[in-house]
Design a protein. Structure first.
Lengths: 449, 862
């Protein structure tokens, strides 16, 4: 991004508003990306492979504040640009990869709710995708003279080979019927089914006449189906972006945690063996989640051998082809570049609109350093927010002097919220699966006489 | 000697000088006379004023006799040590001292509420008590005094009513020794040339730095009651700075005077109504300030958790403080969050996507959200109360204050920390989705909000509580005609009239709407297009029957199979001119057991059957469907039809003819019909339809076991197991059958549509021509084959049709898409992708109103 390229107002507002509220923007990340060319290059390569019908899996590992979420969102934007469909979600106590109490379905719903295409990057693109598929079928139907529904079913024939494919195809056909008869309700129900929002089979049957629903058990199978389906609809493939993987690490129950890791193992195996078509996973988590030998991914030995880093990549040699990508925290220089980029975004890419000179940025960084030390660039959330506040004031009150404002910025160091629940876990009297019945006594896995 | 006297004397000297210099004496005389008059008037006013309001201005930080309350806590000049300030904690001196100007000194006035009637003049002689702070004063205005609301003060001959200003010689602010708002009465005022236009005002005005002319204008404004709408806003700001100083520095940490905040708040509100509309800057600062005042007040007052949540306004940029405080209070009290608070929370959360349905149908949105919230969380969610306290940052308008940070201990800022809002945002999302269809309809027909068609698009919870007249009348009518058990027949025209459908041919969308709303009211209808039935015919009948709530709205594969068979069966049965309901119902029951139909489906099937028996079943309509039945199914279908024909025990020649005909269509051996019919008829006993089980001979006869009686004297014995097998095997084919059916319904109900379709199917480049033929609105398609931006013909046509439009409603776009047989969402996605490929910007943006990016369009059409 050159400093002079204009920035669309929508992207500008999205970036600024998100950063000012302390969250990562969903669009326009390319305007404020700093460095990390190799990492991004590796992911771009992955995306190309997915678009060619391959598969990929990556773990993006970085400390609190290193910009994992930002990186993931950027990858997502790139994928969209490459005509993939993306779906992203944060894991949480009630959203997991494997569960028996509806948490996996909940994750699936969240993913599908956020499913996005290039033309609809904010999510909610499920009907666009379905309609694009059907439109293709309609065109073919006109050409061949067959009824549209027959063509739709023909097109979905290859889905039927996969688990759950028959009902999937059935639901797509229902969507078409809903459109054909002006039945909005049916269309909506079809989309709800596809998004995994039916909680019981009875409801699904009443609304759509199908016997199955998307539930915990077929979470991953449905993702594979969806990947195939988006390819049929004319997209490059499906990229699943999962953030806050540390929530799996936080599971106190060993069985529940291992079940989730097994699901990851399955994903990795499918990906490395090429069984999944046009499906990629990018997962973000903290180093704990990866390397903790008691509860992290490395505690599961099958995963440890697969995710082990290249032992020759030492002393300045790097290898970006492994499944794990490490993100370093920002340096002060990175942070400086970031602030200039923010200034550029705020001025909509027009250098004549800059409200703070480079010197002002130096002053601001010095101010931050005096208040919270290194934290201002290591966990830059609050310092970015403060800087944008200053810019906003300067923009709305022409004539104000930047140096006075910068002095007045209040900052407080941030703490990593992930650290708290781990400590608190043994006391937390949480229900099912969140508390080990053996009171967190994980080591005792075998008992011999 | 007062300030004014000094001024007058100076002027007198100037005049004398002027006389020497040679100014015409007439002018000088005039000036002198004017001066005198002015002086007299002013003096009179001052005297009068002082006699009734004994100089509240003039107090120092004195403590008087023991009966009087002590001064406020704060920094005061230390008695006996010049230039040193010492902290007074409200009761005694502390050991904190400072030599410079303290960060901010409190005004050295005793608590205002209690001193209104005090006799401050007496305090000029300092009390000898060394334990109390005493101000050393050389003039009456050495230190500043806050003039409380509704009190008056005289400055330079201007009587300033209403209070709320600082008057005095010294008032420091965090950023400077002299607060800009301080009215220093010793400064010169040019009363004769007040700067009423505000020319001399700088961006950050300060009383001490104003020109005398501007000061006069400012004092005039204050004297006139502070509401003159023509006054430049700079003066208003100057006054406003004082309010900020008082509220943020003096009162912020002083609960005893929280009551004063209301006075300030009222004043700001009044100013806002006068000056807000003209000055965006003042509007911004004043509204933020009001928020801060609310915040300060709420620190001292218990928040009423029963109170209504803040209103939802379209500007979601900033989260109202009242919301944050209210949520925090609920969290601390561990009280379940009421629905309206939850809604407000989700509404103002920046990550919630608020779309058109929520704003266009705000009432429906609100009631639906509340209903769903109650359903999901009962009395409400409990919010986790851990987290940092609420803190706000306020950028003061006053240059003397800058930004200031206040927090509210004990009330957590749940907005920043609690994950509960994600759940709420999801609920808002769902609620909006449920209103999507309704919202689009209302957008298209704004006047028809209460019409039955509109109501049919609402979720059940809202329909139940709706009180529209049309709905009420429909309910009353339904109560009259629908019996709680069994089916009732009504004329379709009655229903259609209620929906305002005048055409003889009923559109599918209308039929869906009727079925949907009735379903929401607990009534099923046949024929129901949603279940693959025909649309209502104006001259025909409709069958109504009660259905349980939550009943299916879409056919299962088995049900579809059943209706197909039923329809064929009815055709055969009707061939002899008489449909024997009994016989067909017998089959129906067998069908439902064989197919494992649910109870509700059986009821519907019965109603369907009744409808079939009341309308004409034509074989011509069946021709096309049968043609598409796959070979493997045909033999089974044939057998079933023979069974049906023989169901009543007699087979008329007409029935045979019909069956023969169908056999012909099915491609089965027509000659075999009579043989098979004969076989069916002659076997009243268990029949050997196919190779029977040979085991029968080898099994010893169970002597005691009574032989089962024949099911009915004339009944036909169908082998239930065969039927079930047939049907089970056909489950996947059912889907295909249903397709055929729908195709055919289209044929009979909408001949026009059929024409369009068949044209489309037969002709590869047909859709354009066909659409052009059926829709008059289609644009001239001379250039229809032209492709733009790498899109196919159909999408190109849409893009071309957008030429010259800046925005269009979603229904308009849907119509456009339908004309070229595309689906709207898919078309938008495809077109935008092409646009992104071409110029990196989407062509169409928006949800309910699509904005067309003119530049992109031009680029695409190039």
């Amino acid at each position: 991004m050159s400093a002079t390229s204009p920035i669309r107002p929508r992207e500008r507002d999205a970036v600024l508003q998100a950063l000012r509220t302390g969250v990562v923007p969903r669009v326009g990340q390319q305007h404020i990306q700093v460095g990390r060319a190799n990492e991004i290059g590796a992911l771009v390569h992955d995306i190309e492979r997915i678009a060619d019908g391959g598969s990929a899996v990556r773990f993006v590992i970085g400390e609190y504040g290193s910009g994992k979420t930002f990186f993931l969102n950027l990858v997502r934007s790139i994928a969209l640009q490459q005509k993939l469909v993306s779906a992203h979600a944060d894991l949480s106590p009630d959203r997991r990869l494997h569960a028996t109490g509806g948490q996996a379905r909940s994750l699936y719903s969240e993913l599908m709710r956020n499913i996005a295409t290039r033309a609809k990057p904010d999510g909610g693109a499920m009907s666009s995708i379905v309609e694009r598929f059907i439109s293709e079928a309609l065109t073919e139907a006109r050409a061949s003279g067959q009824p549209p529904e027959a063509i739709i079913r023909l097109g979905l024939d290859q889905l039927s080979n996969l688990t759950g494919g028959y009902d999937f195809a059935e639901v797509i056909a229902k969507y078409w019927q809903g459109y054909d008869t002006g039945n909005e309700q049916l269309k909506q129900d079809a989309v709800r089914w596809l998004r995994g929002e039916f909680a019981t089979r009875t409801n699904a049957r009443a609304a759509l006449g199908v016997r199955t629903i998307i539930d915990d058990a077929n979470f991953y199978d449905q993702l594979k189906l969806m990947a195939l389906f988006v390819k049929l609809a004319g997209f490059g493939g499906l990229l699943i972006v999962l953030d806050e993987m540390v929530n799996l690490y936080k599971l106190a129950n060993t069985q529940a945690r291992n079940a989730n890791y097994e699901q990851i193992l399955r994903i990795i195996n499918d990906s490395l063996q090429g069984t999944a078509v046009g499906l990629g996973f990018v997962m973000g988590g903290t180093p704990d989640f990866l390397i903790d030998s008691r509860r992290g991914l490395y505690s599961y030995s099958a995963l440890q051998s697969r995710l082990a880093e290249n032992t020759y990549a030492v002393g300045g040699l790097v290898d970006y082809s492994g499944p794990v990508i490490r993100l370093a925290n920002l340096s002060p220089e990175d942070f400086f570049v970031l602030l200039t980029k923010l200034r550029n975004v705020q001025a909509s890419g027009d250098p004549s609109g800059f409200t703070v000179p480079d010197e002002g940025i130096h002053t601001y960084m010095a101010h931050c350093a005096s208040r919270i030390g290194d934290a201002y660039f290591r966990t830059p959330r609050t310092s970015i927010k403060g800087f944008l506040d200053v810019l906003a004031i300067l923009e709305q009150n022409p004539g104000t002097r930047w140096n006075e404002l910068i002095e007045g910025v209040q900052l407080a160091p941030e703490s990593n919220p992930d650290l708290l629940p781990v400590d608190a876990a043994p006391e937390a009297p949480d229900s099912d699966g969140w508390h080990a019945p053996t009171n967190g006594d994980d080591e005792l896995t075998a008992f011999r006489f | 000697m007062s300030v004014e006297d000094v001024i007058v004397n100076v002027i007198a000297w100037v005049i004398l000088l002027a006389v020497f210099v040679g100014v015409p004496s007439g002018v000088v005389v005039l000036i002198v006379v004017l001066m005198k008059r002015r002086r007299r008037r002013a003096t009179k006013r001052q005297v009068a004023q002082r006699s009734q309001q004994p100089a509240t201005v003039a107090q120092g930080p004195t403590a008087a006799s023991a009966s009087e309350p002590l001064p406020l806590a704060g920094w005061y000049p230390e008695p006996g040590r010049h230039g040193t300030f010492r902290r007074w904690d409200g009761a005694r001196w502390t050991d904190d001292r400072t030599t410079g100007t303290p960060e901010f000194a409190l005004p050295a006035s005793p608590p205002v509420a209690t001193t209104a009637s005090a006799e401050p003049a007496l305090r000029e002689t300092a009390p000898s008590d060394p334990e109390r702070p005493v101000a050393k004063r050389s003039t009456r205005f050495e230190r500043s005094a806050w003039i409380p609301v509704n009190e008056s003060v005289v400055v330079q001959g201007f009587t300033l009513h209403g209070g709320l200003i600082y008057v005095g010689a010294q008032l420091s602010s965090p950023r400077g020794p002299v607060d800009p708002a301080l009215i220093n009465p010793t400064l010169r005022v040019d009363s004769r040339h007040p700067d009423l236009t505000g020319e001399g005002l700088s961006y950050w005005p300060s009383y001490s730095e104003l020109s005398p002319a501007s000061r006069a204008a400012y004092l005039t404004w204050l004297e006139e009651g502070r509401r003159n709408p023509r006054t430049p806003v700079g003066y208003v700001f100057l006054f406003f700075y004082g309010l900020e100083h008082r509220a943020l520095l003096d009162l912020a940490n002083n609960p005893d005077h929280a009551g004063e905040l209301s006075g300030i708040e009222n004043e700001v509100r009044a100013l806002l109504t006068v000056y807000g509309p003209a000055s965006g800057s003042f509007r911004g600062y004043a509204s933020h300030f009001l928020d801060i005042l609310q915040f300060l007040k709420s620190r001292y007052e218990a928040v009423d958790t029963e109170a209504a949540a803040p209103p939802l306004i379209d500007d979601r940029w900033s989260i109202p403080l009242r919301l944050r405080v209210g949520l925090g209070t609920h969290a601390v009290d561990a009280a379940p969050l009421p629905a309206d608070w939850a809604l407000a929370w989700a509404w103002y959360d920046p990550n919630t996507r608020i779309r058109t349905p929520a704003t266009r149908c705000s009432d429906e949105f609100r009631s639906l959200f509340i209903a769903r919230y109650a359903e999901k969380f009962r009395s409400g969610i409990l919010v986790d109360s851990s987290g940092p306290p609420i803190a706000v940052e306020y950028h003061a308008a006053s240059s003397g204050i800058g930004s200031i940070r206040l927090d509210m201990s004990g009330v957590p800022d749940v907005i920043a920390t609690s994950p509960a809002v994600r759940t709420l945002a999801a609920l808002v999302d769902e609620t909006q989705e449920q209103l999507d269809a309704f919202s689009r309809f209302v957008g298209k027909h704004p006047g028809d909000r209460q019409s039955l068609t509109a109501l049919s698009l609402l979720p059940r919870a809202l329909v139940e509580s709706s009180s529209g007249e049309a709905l009420h009348s429909l309910r009353t009518w339904l109560d009259g005609v629908v019996s709680p058990e069994g089916t009732s027949t009504v004329a379709a025209s009655e229903l259609l009239d209620r929906w305002g459908v005048a055409n003889t041919s009923v559109a599918r969308a209308d039929a869906v709407s009727i079925a949907q709303l009735l379903g929401l009211l607990g009534i099923g209808i046949e024929p129901d297009v949603r279940f693959g039935g025909a649309t209502l015919a104006r001259s025909g009948a409709a069958i109504l029957f009660p259905v349980p709530h939550g009943d299916a709205v879409s056919p299962s594969a088995e049900y579809s199979t059943a209706t197909t068979l039923l329809q064929l069966a009815a055709a055969v049965s009707a061939a002899d001119g008489v449909v024997s309901a009994e016989e067909v119902e017998t089959i129906l029951r067998r069908l439902s057991t064989a197919l494992n139909l649910e109870a509700a489906e059986t009821v519907r099937l019965l109603a369907h059957l009744r409808w079939l028996s009341q309308s004409e079943v034509k074989l011509t309509g069946l021709t096309k469907r049968i043609a598409a039945v796959p070979g493997s199914q045909r033999e089974q279908l044939g057998s079933l039809l023979i069974d049906v024909a023989a169901a009543d025990g007699t087979i008329t020649p007409a029935e045979v003819r019909t069956v023969t005909k169908i056999f012909g269509l099915l491609g089965l051996d027509q000659d075999s019909v009579s043989r098979r019919v004969f076989a069916a008829r002659s076997n009243q006993e268990p029949v050997l339809v196919r190779q029977g089980a040979p085991a029968r001979a080898g099994v010893p006869i169970p002597g005691r076991e009574p032989t089962p009686p024949p099911e009915s004297p004339h009944g036909l014995r169908l082998d239930a197991s065969i039927i079930s097998k047939t049907i089970a095997e056909s489950a996947s084919v059912a889907v295909l059958l249903r397709d055929i059916f729908e195709e055919d319904d289209t044929l009979s109900a909408l001949p026009k549509r059929h024409g369009r379709r068949s044209a489309g199917f037969s002709d590869a480049d047909g859709p354009v021509a066909a659409a052009g033929a059926t829709t008059t609105a289609a644009p001239p398609n001379s250039s229809s084959s032209a492709r733009v931006a790498g899109l196919d013909t159909a999408h190109s046509r849409i893009v071309t049709a957008l030429r010259g439009q800046h925005e269009l409603t979603r229904p308009a776009f849907e119509t456009l898409a339908r004309e070229v047989e595309l689906m709207p969402d898919g078309a938008i996605d495809t077109i935008n992708e092409a646009a992104l490929d071409l110029v990196d910007e989407p062509l169409l943006e928006g949800d309910d109103v699509l904005t067309v990016n003119a530049e992109v369009l031009e680029e695409m059409l190039r």
